[in-house]
Design a protein around this ligand. Structure first.
Ligand SMILES: Nc1ccn([C@@H]2O[C@H](COP(=O)(O)OP(=O)(O)OP(=O)(O)O)[C@@H](O)[C@H]2O)c(=O)n1
Ligand SMILES: C[C@](O)(CO)[C@H](O)COP(=O)(O)O
Length: 224
């Protein structure tokens, strides 16, 4: 079955607050985005990689690839207004039946076994999402106050979220709503339920300067 990795890096990175877009920031001397793409290539050298980047950053990315002798084959699609629109743009490059894994370009520490399990389960379940346990107590804001809720009833959601290609394309044909914060929520809006599997704790989404510090520490401490 043909496998696609749709790597989204079309955002503005406002919470990082850096001039250089966060997907290009170096960790251990190599841009975040290259590490992310390498993780998928290491899982399957035949995987079809679609990278979504703002049009204005594509020349810089090509220059970075030359500088780092980065030669993993990939197609580039234009970033959109929201993550939803970026994924939709990337899906135009999905031209055959198969499985599509949508992954945040700023999650370079996804474990190979998690990628493998998500694709393998998606062949059977059609819609698979990696999650981790909530490790802190959670409070729900109610009116002026708040109350503790049972954390056992919640999970934290990661990527890659892997889907049957036709199902995902149908889901992204729906009109955008602000509730669509990930791909699972878009697919669920069709009435299809998603299957949860264990993610890996290191698979952080590099969002703030603090996350960059964690990323550097992770690189030093693990062999991912
Ligand atoms: N219009 C958008 C918005 C987000 N993303 C991607 O979706 C992933 C998760 O988004 P997030 O980490 O929130 O990135 P940004 O939207 O760039 O960050 P911020 O909200 O701080 O501006 C990132 O890889 C980001 O590049 C995207 O492809 N297109
Ligand atoms: C897709 C995601 O990474 C799953 O946790 C997350 O929803 C992205 O959210 P953001 O609003 O783009 O930060």
């Amino acid at each position: 079955m043909v496998q696609y990795a749709l790597i989204v890096a079309g955002g503005k990175g406002l919470r990082m607050g850096c001039e250089l877009p966060k997907q290009f920031l170096p960790i251990g001397g190599k841009p975040v985005l290259m590490r992310t793409i390498e993780a998928f290539y290491a899982y399957n050298a035949e995987i079809r990689i679609i990278l979504v980047l703002p049009y204005s950053q594509q020349a810089y990315w090509n220059e970075l690839c030359r500088k780092h002798h980065f030669s993993i084959p990939h197609h580039i699609a234009n970033g959109g207004e929201t993550r939803f629109h970026s994924v939709k743009n990337g899906l135009a490059f999905v031209t055959t039946p198969g499985l599509v894994g949508v992954h945040d370009g700023v999650r370079p520490f996804v474990a190979r076994e998690v990628i493998a399990r998500c694709y393998s389960l998606a062949a059977e379940k059609q819609a698979v999402v990696p999650v981790t346990d909530v490790v802190e107590t959670v409070r729900h804001l109610v009116g002026e106050g708040s109350e503790t809720v049972s954390r056992d009833e919640y999970k934290l959601v990661q990527t890659p979220q892997v889907f049957d290609a036709d199902l995902l394309k149908q889901a992204y044909g729906q009109p955008y709503t602000s509730h669509f914060t990930d791909d699972a929520s878009v697919v669920e809006a069709l009435g299809k339920s998603v299957y949860l599997t264990e993610g890996n704790r290191e698979n952080i989404k590099i969002t703030t300067p603090f996350d960059l510090k964690i990323a550097t520490a992770l690189l030093e401490s693990c062999s991912i």
